[in-house]
Design a protein around this ligand. Structure first.
Ligand code: 5GP
Ligand code: MN
Length: 353
């Protein structure tokens, strides 16, 4: 697939972590006409997000599903899972894993919050390729084909969340938000902006959208509880264990932590709390980038990357087969923790030396 250079601004804002993070103001892109037409012309939609969904992904899928049904279409949400995050537990049951033949017959796909079709998961990506599909995304490093009438692409890397793009689409379809949709959209926005803390003076329009969501019934207080509550004691213990052996490199500019296979087995996926772990490590004075390596299987690790300001970790992730946002990226890599640590140190040498 070609990179969609046309729709993705190149520069990136220094002080955003996981928003669309470009230097330009967010909210300047409206849904393309071909996307509206793609929806009007279809009757049956399967809305897919990235594997290992987060709140922005699930919120985008569910809000769009609700709006499409109100628009007179049939719509289902589909995810390769797994639903690791505690805040998504109540939503997980709404998703199907793989569509049946009957569900696929005559369907069009809409892919949301995925930097590329591969992110939907191995099985789904092969299925989607055989059907008409549209893309709605806000990632910086993307592998989407250019937008066409048959395959509309609505990408705005300046948008701090995918749910903001969904809100614009719902409005462009001539619909008012329901309270449930408003809640799902704000849930996604709060997830990807760390509850607004990564937004800057470039984002006044985001707060206008928040006003609209709150007017339509979204409660920031309830959403904060959903995102930040419900953690197990084990997840706090695991945080402590990882923090206690975090190492510092390049004069304190980089910190690397890791989770062993034994911990993954003991504490489970629900024991993970990447957001808080990254937040704690990024708050160390002088730290410019954070790496968390997790041994997922005997021969395979995932790596979570975060940075402050100008370091573009999406480039490091992309160079190793992953991707994401300028200040929040990830990848999966073969190897054991010690090897992966060396690879990460090599990659960051180019940044810090
Ligand atoms: P996290 O560290 O929370 O797992 O991931 C941060 C961001 O990096 C995600 O929102 C996603 O955009 C991106 N990301 C994580 N893992 C991968 C991966 O394996 N491939 C790609 N392309 N992006 C990833
Ligand atoms: Mn997102």
């Amino acid at each position: 697939m070609r990179r969609c250079k046309e729709t993705v601004p190149a520069s990136a804002s220094p002080d955003q972590l996981k928003p669309g993070c470009t230097g330009q103001r967010s909210g300047e892109n409206s849904p393309p006409e071909e996307l509206i037409q793609f929806i009007k012309d279809g009757s049956k939609f399967i809305i897919v997000g990235h594997k290992e969904p987060d709140g922005d992904c699930a919120g985008s899928q569910l809000a769009l599903q609700s709006a499409l049904i109100r628009f007179g279409k049939s719509a289902i949400v589909c995810s390769a899972g797994p639903f690791k995050r505690t805040e998504l537990k109540t939503y997980a049951e709404k998703f199907i894993n793989i569509p049946t033949e009957e569900e696929l017959s005559g369907a069009k796909f809409i892919i949301v919050d995925c930097s590329g079709i591969d992110r939907t998961g191995d099985e789904l990506k092969d299925i989607i390729g055989k059907f008409p599909f549209a893309v709605i995304d806000h990632h910086a490093a993307v592998t989407h084909s250019p937008s066409t009438k048959q395959s509309p692409v609505y990408v705005d890397a300046a948008s701090p969340s995918c749910t903001l793009l969904i809100e614009k689409l719902i409005t462009a379809l001539g619909l008012e938000l329901t309270a449930e949709e408003a809640t799902l959209l704000l849930f996604g926005l709060c997830t990807d902006t760390g509850f607004f803390r990564h937004l800057t003076d470039k984002n006044p329009d985001v707060f206008e959208a928040v006003t609209k969501m709150v007017r339509h019934g979204a409660s920031p207080k309830n959403i904060y509880r959903i995102i930040n509550g419900g953690k197990s004691l084990n997840s706090r213990i695991l945080l402590g264990r990882i923090l206690s052996r975090t190492e510092s490199f390049f004069d304190g500019k980089l910190v690397i932590g890791h989770e062993t296979l034994e911990e993954t087995e003991t504490y489970g996926l629900e024991g993970r709390d990447s957001d808080n772990l990254n937040k704690l490590l990024l708050s160390i004075e002088g730290v410019e980038a954070v790496v968390i390596i997790r041994q997922e299987r005997v021969d395979n690790c995932t790596v979570s990357l975060r940075s402050t300001d100008n370091i573009d970790v999406s480039q490091i992730a992309a160079s190793l087969g992953g991707g994401g946002h300028k200040n929040a990226s990830g990848l999966t890599i073969k190897g054991i923790i010690t090897d992966v640590k060396q690879i990460m140190l090599e990659s960051f040498k180019n940044v810090f030396c």
